[in-house]
Design a protein around this ligand. Structure first.
Ligand code: 5IU
Length: 489
Protein backbone atom coordinates (compact mmCIF):
# COMPACT_ATOMS: atom_id res chain seq x y z
CA UNK A 1 0.00 0.00 0.00
CA UNK A 2 1.42 3.43 -0.90
CA UNK A 3 0.98 6.08 1.77
CA UNK A 4 0.13 8.68 -0.93
CA UNK A 5 -3.11 6.82 -1.74
CA UNK A 6 -4.41 6.83 1.80
CA UNK A 7 -7.82 8.20 2.65
CA UNK A 8 -7.32 11.50 4.58
CA UNK A 9 -9.45 10.28 7.50
CA UNK A 10 -7.36 7.13 7.78
CA UNK A 11 -4.20 9.25 7.68
CA UNK A 12 -5.58 11.40 10.48
CA UNK A 13 -6.51 8.31 12.47
CA UNK A 14 -2.95 7.00 12.26
CA UNK A 15 -1.62 10.36 13.47
CA UNK A 16 -4.21 10.24 16.29
CA UNK A 17 -3.02 6.75 17.21
CA UNK A 18 0.40 8.21 17.90
CA UNK A 19 -1.01 11.28 19.61
CA UNK A 20 -3.21 9.20 21.97
CA UNK A 21 -0.42 6.61 22.47
CA UNK A 22 -2.24 3.77 20.73
CA UNK A 23 1.01 3.39 18.77
CA UNK A 24 4.16 3.80 20.84
CA UNK A 25 7.85 3.42 20.01
CA UNK A 26 10.52 2.25 22.46
CA UNK A 27 11.42 -1.09 24.01
CA UNK A 28 8.42 -3.15 25.10
CA UNK A 29 8.29 -6.65 26.51
CA UNK A 30 5.38 -8.52 24.93
CA UNK A 31 3.22 -11.23 26.61
CA UNK A 32 5.45 -13.83 24.96
CA UNK A 33 8.57 -12.32 26.56
CA UNK A 34 9.87 -10.98 23.25
CA UNK A 35 11.17 -7.38 23.11
CA UNK A 36 9.41 -5.20 20.55
CA UNK A 37 10.34 -1.69 19.32
CA UNK A 38 6.67 -0.91 18.61
CA UNK A 39 3.59 -1.19 20.77
CA UNK A 40 0.04 -1.15 19.46
CA UNK A 41 -3.00 -0.96 21.68
CA UNK A 42 -6.06 0.56 20.14
CA UNK A 43 -7.98 1.19 23.40
CA UNK A 44 -7.15 4.91 23.68
CA UNK A 45 -8.70 5.34 20.21
CA UNK A 46 -11.92 3.42 20.74
CA UNK A 47 -12.50 5.09 24.11
CA UNK A 48 -12.94 8.42 22.34
CA UNK A 49 -16.08 9.25 20.34
CA UNK A 50 -14.54 10.94 17.31
CA UNK A 51 -11.87 8.38 16.39
CA UNK A 52 -14.27 5.55 17.24
CA UNK A 53 -16.91 6.95 14.89
CA UNK A 54 -14.38 7.57 12.12
CA UNK A 55 -12.78 4.17 12.48
CA UNK A 56 -16.07 2.28 12.48
CA UNK A 57 -17.24 4.22 9.42
CA UNK A 58 -14.09 3.31 7.53
CA UNK A 59 -14.38 -0.33 8.55
CA UNK A 60 -17.96 -0.58 7.41
CA UNK A 61 -17.04 1.13 4.15
CA UNK A 62 -14.48 -1.62 3.65
CA UNK A 63 -17.10 -4.33 4.25
CA UNK A 64 -19.29 -2.76 1.59
CA UNK A 65 -16.48 -2.12 -0.90
CA UNK A 66 -15.29 -5.75 -0.59
CA UNK A 67 -18.88 -6.89 -1.20
CA UNK A 68 -18.83 -9.12 1.86
CA UNK A 69 -22.10 -10.90 2.59
CA UNK A 70 -23.06 -10.03 6.16
CA UNK A 71 -26.24 -10.66 8.07
CA UNK A 72 -24.42 -9.84 11.29
CA UNK A 73 -21.18 -8.39 12.55
CA UNK A 74 -19.14 -9.72 15.43
CA UNK A 75 -16.35 -7.87 17.23
CA UNK A 76 -13.40 -9.77 18.68
CA UNK A 77 -13.30 -9.06 22.43
CA UNK A 78 -12.49 -6.58 23.85
CA UNK A 79 -11.29 -3.49 21.95
CA UNK A 80 -13.15 -4.35 18.76
CA UNK A 81 -16.46 -4.70 20.63
CA UNK A 82 -16.73 -0.91 20.71
CA UNK A 83 -16.01 -0.75 16.99
CA UNK A 84 -18.67 -3.39 16.26
CA UNK A 85 -21.21 -1.58 18.47
CA UNK A 86 -20.47 1.68 16.74
CA UNK A 87 -20.99 0.10 13.30
CA UNK A 88 -24.18 -1.48 14.55
CA UNK A 89 -25.61 1.85 15.72
CA UNK A 90 -24.47 3.92 12.76
CA UNK A 91 -25.27 1.45 10.00
CA UNK A 92 -28.26 -0.42 11.46
CA UNK A 93 -26.53 -3.79 11.19
CA UNK A 94 -27.31 -6.35 13.88
CA UNK A 95 -24.40 -7.59 15.92
CA UNK A 96 -23.55 -10.61 18.00
CA UNK A 97 -20.80 -10.94 20.58
CA UNK A 98 -18.50 -13.75 21.52
CA UNK A 99 -18.08 -14.23 25.23
CA UNK A 100 -14.51 -14.37 26.43
CA UNK A 101 -14.89 -17.18 28.95
CA UNK A 102 -12.21 -19.39 30.35
CA UNK A 103 -11.78 -23.00 29.25
CA UNK A 104 -13.95 -24.71 31.88
CA UNK A 105 -16.90 -22.85 30.54
CA UNK A 106 -16.94 -25.95 28.34
CA UNK A 107 -19.65 -26.46 25.80
CA UNK A 108 -21.83 -23.55 26.95
CA UNK A 109 -23.03 -21.29 24.18
CA UNK A 110 -20.35 -18.69 23.55
CA UNK A 111 -22.31 -16.41 21.26
CA UNK A 112 -24.63 -13.74 22.60
CA UNK A 113 -27.31 -12.19 20.45
CA UNK A 114 -29.96 -13.13 17.95
CA UNK A 115 -28.88 -15.32 15.05
CA UNK A 116 -29.82 -18.44 13.19
CA UNK A 117 -27.57 -21.15 11.77
CA UNK A 118 -26.53 -20.22 8.27
CA UNK A 119 -26.38 -16.48 8.93
CA UNK A 120 -23.27 -14.88 7.45
CA UNK A 121 -21.09 -13.04 9.94
CA UNK A 122 -18.22 -10.67 9.28
CA UNK A 123 -15.64 -10.38 12.03
CA UNK A 124 -14.36 -6.98 13.14
CA UNK A 125 -10.97 -6.73 14.86
CA UNK A 126 -8.63 -3.86 15.76
CA UNK A 127 -5.22 -5.38 15.05
CA UNK A 128 -4.14 -8.68 13.55
CA UNK A 129 -0.88 -10.11 14.87
CA UNK A 130 -0.79 -13.92 14.57
CA UNK A 131 -4.52 -14.26 13.88
CA UNK A 132 -5.09 -16.33 17.07
CA UNK A 133 -7.89 -14.10 18.44
CA UNK A 134 -9.67 -14.07 15.11
CA UNK A 135 -9.43 -17.86 14.84
CA UNK A 136 -10.80 -18.22 18.37
CA UNK A 137 -13.80 -16.16 17.29
CA UNK A 138 -14.17 -18.14 14.06
CA UNK A 139 -14.29 -21.39 16.07
CA UNK A 140 -17.04 -20.07 18.33
CA UNK A 141 -19.06 -18.76 15.38
CA UNK A 142 -18.73 -21.91 13.30
CA UNK A 143 -19.59 -24.09 16.30
CA UNK A 144 -22.87 -22.19 16.46
CA UNK A 145 -23.57 -22.98 12.79
CA UNK A 146 -22.75 -19.49 11.55
CA UNK A 147 -20.98 -18.91 8.26
CA UNK A 148 -17.82 -16.80 8.46
CA UNK A 149 -15.41 -16.21 5.61
CA UNK A 150 -14.09 -12.67 6.11
CA UNK A 151 -12.64 -10.43 8.80
CA UNK A 152 -12.01 -6.68 8.71
CA UNK A 153 -9.16 -5.26 10.78
CA UNK A 154 -7.86 -1.77 11.36
CA UNK A 155 -4.12 -2.49 11.32
CA UNK A 156 -2.27 -5.53 9.99
CA UNK A 157 0.96 -5.93 11.97
CA UNK A 158 2.37 -7.84 8.98
CA UNK A 159 3.62 -10.67 11.14
CA UNK A 160 2.00 -13.38 9.03
CA UNK A 161 -1.48 -13.23 10.58
CA UNK A 162 -3.30 -12.63 7.28
CA UNK A 163 -1.52 -15.61 5.75
CA UNK A 164 -2.17 -17.81 8.77
CA UNK A 165 -5.90 -17.15 8.52
CA UNK A 166 -6.06 -18.25 4.88
CA UNK A 167 -5.51 -21.84 6.05
CA UNK A 168 -8.76 -21.61 7.97
CA UNK A 169 -10.72 -20.19 5.06
CA UNK A 170 -10.78 -16.61 6.35
CA UNK A 171 -9.90 -13.63 4.15
CA UNK A 172 -8.61 -10.80 6.33
CA UNK A 173 -8.95 -7.28 4.93
CA UNK A 174 -7.07 -4.49 6.74
CA UNK A 175 -7.60 -0.73 6.46
CA UNK A 176 -3.85 -0.25 6.62
CA UNK A 177 -0.73 -2.32 7.20
CA UNK A 178 1.80 -1.34 9.81
CA UNK A 179 4.59 -0.43 7.37
CA UNK A 180 2.29 2.03 5.58
CA UNK A 181 1.25 3.40 8.97
CA UNK A 182 4.95 3.94 9.72
CA UNK A 183 5.34 5.81 6.42
CA UNK A 184 2.48 8.09 7.45
CA UNK A 185 4.04 8.72 10.85
CA UNK A 186 7.38 9.50 9.23
CA UNK A 187 5.69 11.97 6.85
CA UNK A 188 3.94 13.50 9.86
CA UNK A 189 7.40 13.84 11.52
CA UNK A 190 6.39 11.62 14.43
CA UNK A 191 9.17 9.11 13.74
CA UNK A 192 12.47 9.37 11.86
CA UNK A 193 13.73 7.19 9.00
CA UNK A 194 16.24 5.40 11.18
CA UNK A 195 13.64 4.40 13.77
CA UNK A 196 11.30 3.29 11.00
CA UNK A 197 13.79 0.96 9.33
CA UNK A 198 14.71 -0.58 12.70
CA UNK A 199 11.05 -1.39 13.33
CA UNK A 200 10.54 -2.79 9.84
CA UNK A 201 13.57 -5.01 10.27
CA UNK A 202 12.15 -6.27 13.56
CA UNK A 203 8.72 -6.95 12.00
CA UNK A 204 10.24 -8.91 9.13
CA UNK A 205 12.36 -10.96 11.53
CA UNK A 206 9.40 -11.87 13.76
CA UNK A 207 6.66 -13.74 11.91
CA UNK A 208 4.05 -15.22 14.25
CA UNK A 209 2.25 -18.55 14.45
CA UNK A 210 -1.23 -19.22 15.74
CA UNK A 211 -1.30 -20.25 19.37
CA UNK A 212 -1.14 -24.08 19.72
CA UNK A 213 -4.13 -24.27 22.06
CA UNK A 214 -6.32 -22.55 19.52
CA UNK A 215 -5.07 -24.75 16.70
CA UNK A 216 -5.98 -27.76 18.86
CA UNK A 217 -9.44 -26.37 19.48
CA UNK A 218 -9.83 -26.00 15.75
CA UNK A 219 -8.78 -29.61 15.19
CA UNK A 220 -11.29 -30.74 17.78
CA UNK A 221 -14.01 -28.82 16.02
CA UNK A 222 -13.07 -30.49 12.73
CA UNK A 223 -13.02 -33.93 14.37
CA UNK A 224 -16.48 -33.40 15.80
CA UNK A 225 -17.42 -32.30 12.31
CA UNK A 226 -19.22 -29.48 14.07
CA UNK A 227 -18.49 -27.07 11.28
CA UNK A 228 -20.74 -29.05 9.00
CA UNK A 229 -22.87 -31.23 11.27
CA UNK A 230 -25.89 -32.08 9.19
CA UNK A 231 -29.33 -33.14 10.35
CA UNK A 232 -30.99 -36.21 8.87
CA UNK A 233 -33.16 -35.80 5.76
CA UNK A 234 -36.19 -36.51 7.95
CA UNK A 235 -35.27 -33.75 10.42
CA UNK A 236 -34.59 -31.37 7.57
CA UNK A 237 -38.01 -32.04 6.05
CA UNK A 238 -39.47 -30.68 9.29
CA UNK A 239 -37.42 -27.50 9.59
CA UNK A 240 -39.69 -24.45 9.66
CA UNK A 241 -39.96 -22.48 6.44
CA UNK A 242 -38.43 -25.22 4.31
CA UNK A 243 -39.61 -24.91 0.72
CA UNK A 244 -42.49 -27.38 0.06
CA UNK A 245 -40.57 -28.96 -2.81
CA UNK A 246 -37.51 -29.52 -0.61
CA UNK A 247 -39.72 -30.99 2.11
CA UNK A 248 -41.12 -33.46 -0.41
CA UNK A 249 -37.64 -34.29 -1.67
CA UNK A 250 -36.26 -34.92 1.83
CA UNK A 251 -39.21 -37.18 2.64
CA UNK A 252 -38.89 -38.98 -0.68
CA UNK A 253 -35.21 -39.69 -0.05
CA UNK A 254 -36.08 -41.30 3.28
CA UNK A 255 -38.95 -43.32 1.78
CA UNK A 256 -37.04 -44.58 -1.25
CA UNK A 257 -33.71 -44.92 0.57
CA UNK A 258 -32.18 -43.03 -2.31
CA UNK A 259 -30.28 -39.78 -2.74
CA UNK A 260 -29.57 -40.46 -6.36
CA UNK A 261 -30.25 -38.26 -9.36
CA UNK A 262 -29.45 -39.78 -12.74
CA UNK A 263 -28.26 -37.51 -15.55
CA UNK A 264 -30.05 -38.92 -18.59
CA UNK A 265 -28.03 -37.38 -21.40
CA UNK A 266 -29.72 -39.39 -24.17
CA UNK A 267 -30.95 -37.98 -27.45
CA UNK A 268 -34.23 -39.72 -28.32
CA UNK A 269 -37.47 -39.76 -26.39
CA UNK A 270 -37.74 -43.55 -26.59
CA UNK A 271 -34.31 -44.07 -25.04
CA UNK A 272 -35.13 -41.62 -22.27
CA UNK A 273 -38.55 -43.14 -21.50
CA UNK A 274 -37.15 -46.68 -21.51
CA UNK A 275 -34.41 -45.66 -19.13
CA UNK A 276 -36.80 -43.70 -16.88
CA UNK A 277 -38.93 -46.82 -16.55
CA UNK A 278 -35.89 -48.83 -15.45
CA UNK A 279 -34.34 -46.33 -13.06
CA UNK A 280 -37.59 -44.82 -11.70
CA UNK A 281 -37.85 -46.94 -8.54
CA UNK A 282 -34.21 -46.28 -7.55
CA UNK A 283 -33.95 -42.51 -7.99
CA UNK A 284 -35.38 -39.34 -6.51
CA UNK A 285 -34.62 -37.17 -9.51
CA UNK A 286 -34.09 -37.52 -13.24
CA UNK A 287 -31.96 -34.85 -14.86
CA UNK A 288 -32.47 -33.90 -18.48
CA UNK A 289 -30.87 -31.72 -21.13
CA UNK A 290 -34.00 -31.18 -23.15
CA UNK A 291 -32.15 -29.38 -25.97
CA UNK A 292 -30.34 -32.59 -26.97
CA UNK A 293 -33.57 -34.55 -27.56
CA UNK A 294 -33.97 -34.90 -31.33
CA UNK A 295 -37.66 -35.82 -31.46
CA UNK A 296 -38.97 -33.60 -28.68
CA UNK A 297 -42.73 -33.11 -28.42
CA UNK A 298 -45.15 -32.58 -25.57
CA UNK A 299 -46.43 -36.15 -25.78
CA UNK A 300 -42.94 -37.20 -24.64
CA UNK A 301 -43.22 -34.81 -21.72
CA UNK A 302 -46.65 -36.21 -20.81
CA UNK A 303 -45.27 -39.74 -20.78
CA UNK A 304 -42.23 -38.77 -18.77
CA UNK A 305 -44.40 -36.86 -16.28
CA UNK A 306 -46.62 -39.94 -15.92
CA UNK A 307 -43.57 -42.08 -15.18
CA UNK A 308 -42.37 -39.49 -12.66
CA UNK A 309 -45.71 -39.68 -10.87
CA UNK A 310 -45.86 -43.48 -11.00
CA UNK A 311 -42.31 -44.05 -9.72
CA UNK A 312 -42.11 -40.89 -7.65
CA UNK A 313 -39.20 -38.88 -8.90
CA UNK A 314 -38.69 -35.23 -9.79
CA UNK A 315 -37.76 -33.99 -13.24
CA UNK A 316 -34.81 -31.61 -13.29
CA UNK A 317 -34.05 -29.70 -16.49
CA UNK A 318 -30.36 -28.80 -16.36
CA UNK A 319 -30.84 -25.67 -18.49
CA UNK A 320 -28.39 -23.45 -16.57
CA UNK A 321 -30.22 -20.20 -17.33
CA UNK A 322 -27.63 -17.45 -17.54
CA UNK A 323 -28.75 -14.62 -19.83
CA UNK A 324 -30.29 -11.28 -18.92
CA UNK A 325 -33.50 -11.59 -16.91
CA UNK A 326 -35.80 -10.67 -19.82
CA UNK A 327 -34.36 -13.39 -22.10
CA UNK A 328 -34.25 -15.99 -19.35
CA UNK A 329 -37.95 -15.39 -18.57
CA UNK A 330 -38.74 -16.19 -22.21
CA UNK A 331 -36.40 -19.18 -22.36
CA UNK A 332 -38.07 -20.58 -19.26
CA UNK A 333 -41.70 -20.11 -20.22
CA UNK A 334 -41.77 -20.01 -24.07
CA UNK A 335 -40.26 -21.70 -27.11
CA UNK A 336 -40.90 -25.29 -28.17
CA UNK A 337 -39.92 -26.66 -24.80
CA UNK A 338 -42.02 -24.46 -22.47
CA UNK A 339 -39.79 -25.69 -19.64
CA UNK A 340 -41.74 -23.95 -16.86
CA UNK A 341 -44.81 -26.03 -17.69
CA UNK A 342 -43.23 -29.36 -16.78
CA UNK A 343 -39.79 -29.18 -15.06
CA UNK A 344 -40.08 -29.55 -11.31
CA UNK A 345 -36.58 -28.17 -10.95
CA UNK A 346 -34.35 -25.99 -13.12
CA UNK A 347 -31.03 -24.31 -12.46
CA UNK A 348 -29.40 -20.95 -13.09
CA UNK A 349 -25.96 -19.36 -13.20
CA UNK A 350 -25.48 -16.00 -11.54
CA UNK A 351 -22.88 -14.73 -14.02
CA UNK A 352 -25.27 -12.04 -15.21
CA UNK A 353 -26.36 -11.12 -11.67
CA UNK A 354 -29.64 -11.63 -9.83
CA UNK A 355 -31.66 -10.34 -12.80
CA UNK A 356 -31.71 -13.95 -13.95
CA UNK A 357 -33.76 -14.81 -10.87
CA UNK A 358 -36.18 -11.94 -11.47
CA UNK A 359 -36.58 -13.28 -15.02
CA UNK A 360 -37.30 -16.79 -13.77
CA UNK A 361 -39.68 -15.61 -11.06
CA UNK A 362 -42.61 -15.18 -13.48
CA UNK A 363 -42.44 -18.88 -14.37
CA UNK A 364 -42.67 -19.90 -10.74
CA UNK A 365 -45.40 -17.57 -9.64
CA UNK A 366 -48.34 -19.83 -10.18
CA UNK A 367 -46.79 -22.95 -8.72
CA UNK A 368 -44.83 -22.89 -5.48
CA UNK A 369 -44.10 -26.57 -5.96
CA UNK A 370 -41.35 -25.84 -8.43
CA UNK A 371 -37.82 -24.84 -7.57
CA UNK A 372 -34.51 -23.56 -8.85
CA UNK A 373 -30.95 -24.58 -7.97
CA UNK A 374 -28.12 -22.07 -8.24
CA UNK A 375 -24.90 -23.23 -9.86
CA UNK A 376 -22.22 -22.37 -7.29
CA UNK A 377 -19.27 -24.37 -8.58
CA UNK A 378 -18.54 -26.85 -11.36
CA UNK A 379 -16.87 -30.24 -11.68
CA UNK A 380 -14.86 -29.45 -14.78
CA UNK A 381 -11.13 -28.88 -15.06
CA UNK A 382 -9.88 -25.26 -15.19
CA UNK A 383 -13.36 -23.78 -14.92
CA UNK A 384 -13.56 -20.09 -14.06
CA UNK A 385 -15.99 -20.29 -11.19
CA UNK A 386 -13.94 -18.79 -8.36
CA UNK A 387 -15.06 -18.21 -4.78
CA UNK A 388 -17.21 -15.24 -5.83
CA UNK A 389 -19.76 -17.68 -7.26
CA UNK A 390 -20.66 -19.65 -4.11
CA UNK A 391 -20.67 -16.38 -2.16
CA UNK A 392 -23.09 -14.78 -4.57
CA UNK A 393 -25.17 -17.99 -4.82
CA UNK A 394 -25.46 -17.92 -1.03
CA UNK A 395 -26.40 -14.27 -0.99
CA UNK A 396 -29.16 -14.55 -3.59
CA UNK A 397 -30.51 -17.83 -2.25
CA UNK A 398 -31.45 -15.92 0.88
CA UNK A 399 -33.33 -13.29 -1.09
CA UNK A 400 -35.20 -15.69 -3.42
CA UNK A 401 -36.17 -18.36 -0.91
CA UNK A 402 -39.64 -18.60 -2.45
CA UNK A 403 -38.22 -20.62 -5.34
CA UNK A 404 -34.48 -21.14 -4.81
CA UNK A 405 -34.22 -24.52 -3.11
CA UNK A 406 -30.48 -25.09 -3.15
CA UNK A 407 -27.28 -25.38 -5.12
CA UNK A 408 -25.39 -27.38 -7.69
CA UNK A 409 -21.94 -27.40 -6.22
CA UNK A 410 -18.75 -29.25 -5.43
CA UNK A 411 -18.85 -28.39 -1.70
CA UNK A 412 -21.48 -26.93 0.60
CA UNK A 413 -22.44 -23.33 0.05
CA UNK A 414 -24.81 -22.64 2.91
CA UNK A 415 -25.03 -23.87 6.48
CA UNK A 416 -28.78 -23.27 6.26
CA UNK A 417 -30.00 -26.85 6.19
CA UNK A 418 -33.22 -26.00 4.42
CA UNK A 419 -31.19 -25.75 1.22
CA UNK A 420 -30.34 -28.81 -0.86
CA UNK A 421 -26.81 -29.34 -2.15
CA UNK A 422 -26.46 -31.48 -5.27
CA UNK A 423 -23.13 -32.61 -6.67
CA UNK A 424 -22.49 -33.73 -10.27
CA UNK A 425 -19.29 -35.35 -11.52
CA UNK A 426 -19.72 -38.61 -9.59
CA UNK A 427 -18.38 -41.98 -10.77
CA UNK A 428 -17.17 -45.05 -8.94
CA UNK A 429 -14.61 -46.26 -11.49
CA UNK A 430 -12.96 -43.47 -13.40
CA UNK A 431 -11.52 -40.10 -12.50
CA UNK A 432 -12.59 -38.09 -15.52
CA UNK A 433 -13.27 -37.93 -19.25
CA UNK A 434 -11.18 -36.51 -22.11
CA UNK A 435 -13.33 -33.35 -22.21
CA UNK A 436 -12.45 -32.01 -18.78
CA UNK A 437 -15.01 -33.77 -16.62
CA UNK A 438 -13.57 -34.63 -13.18
CA UNK A 439 -15.15 -37.30 -11.01
CA UNK A 440 -15.28 -38.06 -7.32
CA UNK A 441 -16.80 -41.14 -5.71
CA UNK A 442 -20.24 -41.00 -4.03
CA UNK A 443 -18.48 -41.27 -0.65
CA UNK A 444 -16.23 -38.31 -1.39
CA UNK A 445 -19.17 -36.22 -2.63
CA UNK A 446 -21.41 -37.01 0.34
CA UNK A 447 -19.08 -37.51 3.31
CA UNK A 448 -16.28 -35.09 2.46
CA UNK A 449 -18.04 -32.45 0.37
CA UNK A 450 -21.41 -32.53 2.08
CA UNK A 451 -23.64 -33.35 -0.92
CA UNK A 452 -27.26 -34.21 -0.14
CA UNK A 453 -27.94 -35.65 -3.59
CA UNK A 454 -25.39 -37.03 -6.06
CA UNK A 455 -25.86 -36.67 -9.80
CA UNK A 456 -24.57 -39.65 -11.78
CA UNK A 457 -24.63 -39.82 -15.57
CA UNK A 458 -22.44 -42.16 -17.55
CA UNK A 459 -21.48 -44.15 -14.46
CA UNK A 460 -24.99 -45.59 -14.71
CA UNK A 461 -26.20 -44.83 -18.24
CA UNK A 462 -22.98 -46.24 -19.69
CA UNK A 463 -23.35 -49.65 -18.02
CA UNK A 464 -23.91 -52.61 -20.33
CA UNK A 465 -27.37 -54.24 -20.39
CA UNK A 466 -26.00 -57.20 -18.49
CA UNK A 467 -24.59 -55.07 -15.71
CA UNK A 468 -27.17 -52.31 -15.69
CA UNK A 469 -29.34 -53.34 -12.73
CA UNK A 470 -26.36 -54.22 -10.61
CA UNK A 471 -24.66 -50.90 -11.38
CA UNK A 472 -27.79 -48.87 -10.64
CA UNK A 473 -28.26 -50.60 -7.30
CA UNK A 474 -24.60 -50.23 -6.46
CA UNK A 475 -24.74 -46.45 -6.92
CA UNK A 476 -28.00 -46.19 -4.98
CA UNK A 477 -26.60 -48.28 -2.13
CA UNK A 478 -23.20 -46.60 -1.95
CA UNK A 479 -24.66 -43.10 -2.04
CA UNK A 480 -27.31 -43.80 0.57
CA UNK A 481 -24.90 -45.62 2.86
CA UNK A 482 -22.46 -42.74 2.58
CA UNK A 483 -25.30 -40.50 3.84
CA UNK A 484 -26.15 -42.88 6.70
CA UNK A 485 -22.47 -43.07 7.72
CA UNK A 486 -21.78 -39.43 7.07
CA UNK A 487 -20.40 -38.78 10.52
CA UNK A 488 -17.92 -41.67 10.53
CA UNK A 489 -14.66 -41.22 8.65
N1 5IU B 1 -22.85 -31.32 -14.85
C1 5IU B 1 -21.58 -31.70 -14.55
N2 5IU B 1 -20.77 -30.86 -13.85
C2 5IU B 1 -21.19 -29.64 -13.42
C3 5IU B 1 -22.52 -29.27 -13.73
C4 5IU B 1 -23.32 -30.12 -14.45
O1 5IU B 1 -21.14 -32.79 -14.90
O2 5IU B 1 -20.43 -28.92 -12.77
I1 5IU B 1 -23.19 -27.48 -13.10
C5 5IU B 1 -23.79 -32.17 -15.58
C6 5IU B 1 -23.36 -32.52 -16.98
C7 5IU B 1 -23.94 -33.88 -17.15
C8 5IU B 1 -23.94 -34.49 -15.80
O3 5IU B 1 -25.28 -33.76 -17.59
O4 5IU B 1 -23.98 -33.41 -14.88
C9 5IU B 1 -22.74 -35.36 -15.48
O5 5IU B 1 -22.68 -36.45 -16.35
P1 5IU B 1 -21.58 -37.61 -16.22
O6 5IU B 1 -21.76 -38.22 -14.82
O7 5IU B 1 -21.90 -38.53 -17.34
O8 5IU B 1 -20.22 -36.97 -16.38
Amino acid sequence: MSSAMIDPTLRQLIADCHHFEAIKFGDFVLKTGIHSPIYLDIRPMVNRPKPLKQLSELMYKKIISMNITHDLICGVPYSALSIASSICVQKFVNMITKRKENKDYGTKQLIEGQYKPGDHVVIVEDIISSGSSILETVIALRSAGLVVTDAIVFIDRQQNGVNNMKEYGIDVHSLIDVKTALDVLEEEKRINGHQKSGIIEWIDANPLRINDDIVNEWKLLCLQNKTSKLLSYEERSQLPETHPLSQQLFKLMVRKKSNLCVAVDLTTSKEILDLAEKIGPSIVMLKLHIDIVEDFDHKFIEELTALAAEHEFFIFEDRKFADIGQTVGLQFTKGVHRISSWAHIVNAHLVSGPGVLEGLRQGFEKDSNRGCLLVASMSTKDNLMNSAFPKSAYKWSQKYKDFVIGFICQSRVSADQRFIHMTPGVHIDVSGDPLGQQYVTPEEAIKKRGADVVIVGRGITGASDREFDHTLQLYQKRAFEAYLNRDSD
